[in-house]
Design a protein around this ligand. Sequence first.
Ligand SMILES: [Zn+2]
Length: 169
Amino acid sequence: MRFQPTRGPVVDRLPVYLSRCAEGDGGCLLWPGVLDHGVPAVTLHGRRVSLRRLVLEAKLGRTLRPHCVAGVSCGVGACLEREHLRELTRAQLGRRAVTALRADHRMRIAAAKQAASTKLDWPRAREIRARTCAGESHQAVADAHGISRKMVWLIAAGRAWREVTPWSI
Ligand SMILES: [Zn+2]
């Protein structure tokens, strides 16, 4: 369903809608109501209206350009913070979604690599990292532990068996 233009009485109600929002992390302004296709929305006089578009048009002082949508830079679907809203073409919006999917894909590959290294445990992974840090060749460490040189490299580079510290989260 296409969102309708947001001229008329809907604009007058914008302060009312914004007053219902709650502050979220990172300065987000979170809409507590309905999300339609992941976008804060209201129905007024039988018209479905995107509140994001409404806020962004009020900020820009004009209607959005044709083929453009109101995206959020923070990635929070319910966010209506005007500083987080961006006028994006549908193509740009699509590229952002693809980038997010690729990041998710990379995370799953990293998890799979870790799962594949079942010969290892944390003490051994730490020892491998310590030995490579001390300058031992990856091949020598791999032979000593009966694992591939590739796995030694992954551990040394922090791509597998990565220590979770307050700085790496
Ligand atoms: Zn936000």
